[in-house]
Design a protein around this ligand. Structure first.
Ligand SMILES: *Cc1c(COP(=O)(O)O)cnc(C)c1O
Length: 392
């Protein structure tokens, strides 16, 4: 039956309520009267008007991530890079200077190197594991510092407390990208961050079927500035993606616990194998920042692990073919284990010498450990190692 008037007929009456958040794709919301709309825009009553400015599925997801990070007023964005862009472009102006960690996510580095300078915002990169080196990059006009606590792909751990103290002393905003570490390991607001952001695409959603981000500031003025920038630039997420992400988030803590336990087991297994020259996992005794894994990450190594094969590119090619039980795909935080090869993906723009300087060779892999049974995962990795040894 086609209604003669194009208004919704309303939902059937029900004295019970759904146990799952309803999906609300409506872009526009009808108000009662112009007075009512005034009341809404002036914040005297709650209500939605236009989905770019906010919609129920984004707000429900934001409140759940807020609870994990121990904050209020987080904003969901259309991708993790939208959240990074909101922090850098929404809070800085021409003439400002930004300091970033030297091993940030690839596109964050690209924004630091290309986009901010084009807009008159100067940038410097510095090593966040060394607070003196990081401090040396600060200038009088430094407005903001952006760090990730665990670096990709060598898993070095930033001196979060040292950098937070430095930023406080210099009046610089500290922005922490908590994607890798997650609020289970660190709640950056409790350690002095002014702004925290996530690629929700990764561990929080966990199923590689949505792209979303989240960003929050505890200071009300900064939070409003971020919200207006997100709405004006159209970084708004889709209701369906938010709905899927909420579903994924329900199992985040269990997924993280399981993946982390398996990552530790896999690290110990790899360290004893012929043809493996190096294993990087934050809580291992041979990790350069193991003390910080205790103080900053509360002993949580996370689900990410890196290792190096003997035999260079030939061994790497043989490994990805033979370890067919894991996807060779440059993402992280999925339910399935994924393998990434930085020399041919995230770090391909660097010269071999520049890669070598940060410890990335042709035999270097990063593993995002998923939820497989550990024995099955180790069996497919064993197949890969056998083939890599034969190929070199
Ligand atoms: C993936 C990622 C991003 C970007 O997120 P998208 O959702 O892919 O846009 C930013 N920071 C880190 C640490 C990431 O891993």
């Amino acid at each position: 039956m086609k209604p003669t008037l194009m208004r919704p007929v309303g939902l059937p009456a029900s004295s019970s309520t759904p146990v799952v958040t309803p999906l609300m794709p409506s872009v526009v919301y009808a108000s009662d009267t112009p007075d009512g709309l005034d009341a809404q825009y002036e914040g005297r009553v709650a209500g939605y008007t236009y989905a770019r400015e906010g919609h129920p599925n984004a707000d429900v997801l934001a409140r759940r991530i807020d609870a994990l990070e121990g904050c209020e007023g987080g904003i969901v964005t259309g991708s993790g890079m939208a959240a990074v862009s909101a922090a850098l472009l929404g809070l800085c102006k021409a003439g400002d200077h930004v300091v970033g960690g030297d091993q940030l996510y690839g596109r964050s580095l690209r924004m630091m190197k290309d986009d901010l300078p084009r807009l008159g915002i100067a940038t410097s990169l510095a090593d966040p594991t060394d607070v003196a080196a990081f401090a040396a990059a600060f200038r009088p006009e430094t407005r903001l510092a952006l760090i990730e606590v665990v670096s990709n792909p060598t898993l070095r751990i930033a001196d979060l407390d040292g950098i937070a103290a430095l930023c406080r002393e210099r009046g610089v905003l500290l922005v922490v990208d908590n994607t890798f570490t997650t609020p289970t390991a660190i709640r950056p607001f409790e350690r002095g961050a002014d702004v925290v952001l996530h690629s929700v695409t990764k561990l929080l959603s966990g199923h590689s079927d949505v792209m979303l981000g989240w960003i929050a500031a505890q200071d009300e003025r900064l939070s409003k500035q971020l919200y207006d920038f997100v709405v004006t630039t159209g970084m708004t997420p889709s209701p369906f993606d938010c709905w899927l992400a909420e579903r994924g988030l329900m199992s985040f803590d269990l997924r993280f616990e399981r993946a982390q336990a398996t990552a530790r087991t896999l690290g110990d297994f790899l360290a004893g194998q012929a043809g493996v020259t190096r294993v990087l996992y934050p809580t291992r005794d041979d990790h350069p920042d193991r003390a910080r894994a205790q103080s900053v990450l509360r002993g949580m190594g996370g689900n990410m692990l890196s290792f190096e094969l003997e035999g260079g590119r030939a061994a790497a090619n043989a490994f990805t073919v033979a370890a067919s039980g894991v996807a060779f795909a440059p993402t992280l935080g999925d339910v399935g284990t994924t393998l990434s090869h930085p020399a041919s993906s995230s770090h391909r723009a660097l010269t071999p010498e520049a890669r070598a300087a940060i410890g990335i060779s042709e035999g270097f892999f990063r593993v995002s450990v998923g939820l497989e049974a550990p024995d099955a995962l180790i069996a497919t990795i064993k197949d890969g190692l056998r083939a890599a040894r034969a190929a070199k």
